[in-house]
Design a protein around this ligand. Structure first.
Ligand SMILES: C[S@@+](CC[C@H](N)C(=O)[O-])C[C@H]1O[C@@H](n2cnc3c(N)ncnc32)[C@H](O)[C@@H]1O
Length: 266
């Protein structure tokens, strides 16, 4: 009996590509007519969906993941860019076997939290911390922002409305909105363990305080994401992350869309 010849590397590659193409085509066929490409904007430029940004070109699979499409259709509040929301969703889905809750520092109107809730495959509680009164005062020499007060409105930047946000989370009994200046209310969750932590407070001091509190409470293999690491507008966030992780076993991994993350060593 002669052995069956092994497929060449080229043949293997072609078979894989064919499989991927067929899978994607089937997915796109199902979604045909349900996707509004015009709403997949980055900074309001609809042409970005056609190029030049490869990351959000229509053939990118992530744009069609059902949990992302569902969240995109439901969540109408302003907030961080969709591409960052997708990354958060993807992290959380990788943690379905990691026990622990979710913490978010910096909620605004809840966009990132709603995307997370839509993607979660595990049962978890969500502890969402924000002043709901906007930014705290920046630290000279750490933050580039000179004042937390918006000169046009006289209010704090990202000043919020707690009751409105609370109302929009009605129906999510696992969501706990915690109002206060970071880190004043962190001890509300002193005895919890977290699988996923999202830090999105833009400024040096609350970013550092968030790492200091939540990193020790992050489960082994849990993920912590900092939203503002790559933004030149908010250098304090990067500084805080570099400082905090300088003596930890994890080194932040930076992403082109501005976030950075660590996976806690087991
Ligand atoms: C960029 S927004 C968060 C965006 C949100 N993650 C989203 O998806 O839209 C930053 C938030 O951090 C909050 N914040 C800034 N400094 C804070 C502090 N010291 N304590 C509590 N909240 C703070 C602001 O109130 C604001 O809602």
């Amino acid at each position: 009996m002669t052995d069956k010849p092994k497929p060449s590397a080229q043949a293997k590659f072609e078979a894989q590509e064919k499989w991927r193409f067929e899978k994607l085509s089937a997915k796109l066929e199902k979604l045909e007519g349900k996707i509004d490409y015009a709403t997949l904007k980055i900074r309001g430029r609809t042409e970005d969906t056609k190029g030049p940004s490869h990351a959000i070109a229509p053939h990118m699979v992530w744009l069609h993941e059902p949990y992302f499409v569902r969240a995109k259709a439901k969540v109408k509040v302003p907030g961080i860019p969709d591409i960052r929301c997708f990354f958060l969703q993807s992290c959380l889905r990788s943690l379905k076997d990691v026990p622990g809750d979710v913490a978010e520092c910096g909620v605004r109107e809840g966009k990132s939290s709603f995307f997370l809730l839509e993607a979660d495959e595990a049962e978890r509680d969500y502890y969402l911390f924000d002043s709901f009164e906007g930014f705290s005062d920046p630290v000279a020499g750490k933050d580039s922002l000179k004042s937390a007060i918006d000169p046009n409105t006289g209010a704090r930047i990202f000043d919020g409305d707690f009751d409105k946000v609370a109302q929009s989370f009605k129906g999510h009994s696992n969501v706990h909105l915690i109002k206060g200046w970071i880190p004043d209310r962190f001890d509300d969750v002193a005895d919890k363990t977290f699988a996923f932590v999202h830090v999105d407070v833009d400024l040096y001091q609350p970013t550092l305080d968030s790492f200091a509190y939540f990193y020790p409470r992050l489960a082994p293999n849990g993920i912590l994401v900092c939203d503002d690491y790559g933004s030149a507008h908010y250098p304090g966030a990067r500084l805080a992350m570099d400082e905090y992780f300088a003596d930890k076993p994890e080194t932040p991994i930076e992403l082109p869309q501005g976030q950075a993350f660590i996976v806690k060593r087991g």
